[in-house]
Design a protein around this ligand. Sequence first.
Ligand SMILES: *[C@@H]1O[C@H](CO)[C@@H](O)[C@H](O)[C@H]1NC(C)=O
Ligand SMILES: *[C@@H]1O[C@H](CO)[C@@H](O)[C@H](O)[C@H]1NC(C)=O
Ligand SMILES: *[C@@H]1O[C@H](CO)[C@@H](O)[C@H](O)[C@H]1NC(C)=O
Length: 384
Amino acid sequence: MGVGADSRAATRADRRSGLSQQRKCVGPVLRKTCFVVCGATVGFVLLLGVSLLYLPDPYKAEQFVPEENRVVTLLIWTHPFGQYRKLPNCSALYQIGGCTLTDDGRVYSQADAVIIHHRDVATGHGDLPSEPRPLEQKWIWMNYESPTHTPRLGRFEGVYNLTMTYRADSDIFLPYGYLVPRGSRTEGLHDRFAHSLRSPSLRRLLRPRLVAWVISNWSESHARVALYHQLSRYIRVDVFGRAGRPLPEDSGGSVVRLVGRYQFYLALENSQHTDYITEKLWNAVRAGAVPVVLGPSRQNYERFLPPEAFIHVDDFPTVRGLARYLLMLRRHPARLRRHLDWRGSYSLHQPAFWAEHYCTACRAVRKTRDRTYSVQDLTRWFHS
Ligand SMILES: *[C@@H]1O[C@H](CO)[C@@H](O)[C@H](O)[C@H]1NC(C)=O
Ligand SMILES: *[C@@H]1O[C@H](CO)[C@@H](O)[C@H](O)[C@H]1NC(C)=O
Ligand SMILES: *[C@@H]1O[C@H](CO)[C@@H](O)[C@H](O)[C@H]1NC(C)=O
């Protein structure tokens, strides 16, 4: 799987050769050459260090390869969760040209690709398009829920041509959020959805409140609720959302404003799976609170953001240890700052549901036309 896999492998190979370059630079005879080569190497390695963060496909270097000019038609099979949204103009919003998006099922036989939102066809409200499908047409499996909340996968084995999810190894990869290095070529592409992050001033470090948590689906069977029960024995956690105090307004914007008054935010995923890192984390980042995360492993998070940018519950043998650490940070702003200084080098991009998803899919379809794909082992892959 993975239209973007080649470039990832290439990056790894480049990095290896960069490191061996550095080792060659020890002999005094080569001092001067080394100065130049090492300098360049260090710069290069730094650059790669940054690009090791997972970035969605369109942001990789390959985007500068010219595309063919043919217009493709992408059929949106259902509006996700039955909620109608106006379809975006990909060219105006994302500078992605050559896309005709439609939600009119009558053009099915002319569509180059059909994007199918899993939940809508899995729960019986909608059906798959009728077979046989037009030759060359691709069916795209789109899903942003975790495996735990993705029912009836088995019914869809051998049906799809491309996957589109938050997983970095999807054929079409678009996560819930991602960091873009400041000053990179790609930074300017998406001003509208990018938020510049700032290293905090002292005033912003000394926020009045300690820990916030916004939770809408309270379930005693979730690991996150168990963690909350334990943590709140040691420190005060302000709970908002359906299970706690109501939010001023149930919008992403107001969550960010609310969390902006706190030093820490509990970004606890409803279930723990590879790359399943949702807007909970990115809203905290946007608000300038240090996220305390429960989700996949620390190593997995580090593919998406710098190691010091979050506190992982697994960093501590006990929840008490975690609580003590947060209290220590509150007393020592200089230590807290270490968790926030990275912000100066990035902006945050949070893709809009579902406009960017459709446009990103369309771009992928343009790049992969004339190729055939078949998604095998959907269940095994998605649960891995
Ligand atoms: C989309 O936007 C482009 C330029 O921003 C414009 O030329 C084009 O007419 C728009 N397309 C539609 C269907 O509105
Ligand atoms: C809430 O959590 C329960 C338990 O995991 C799950 O069965 C249910 O689907 C969730 N509801 C929503 C709206 O996500
Ligand atoms: C799409 O997938 C189906 C089912 O695996 C396959 O029969 C078909 O050839 C594929 N088409 C393309 C264009 O990849």
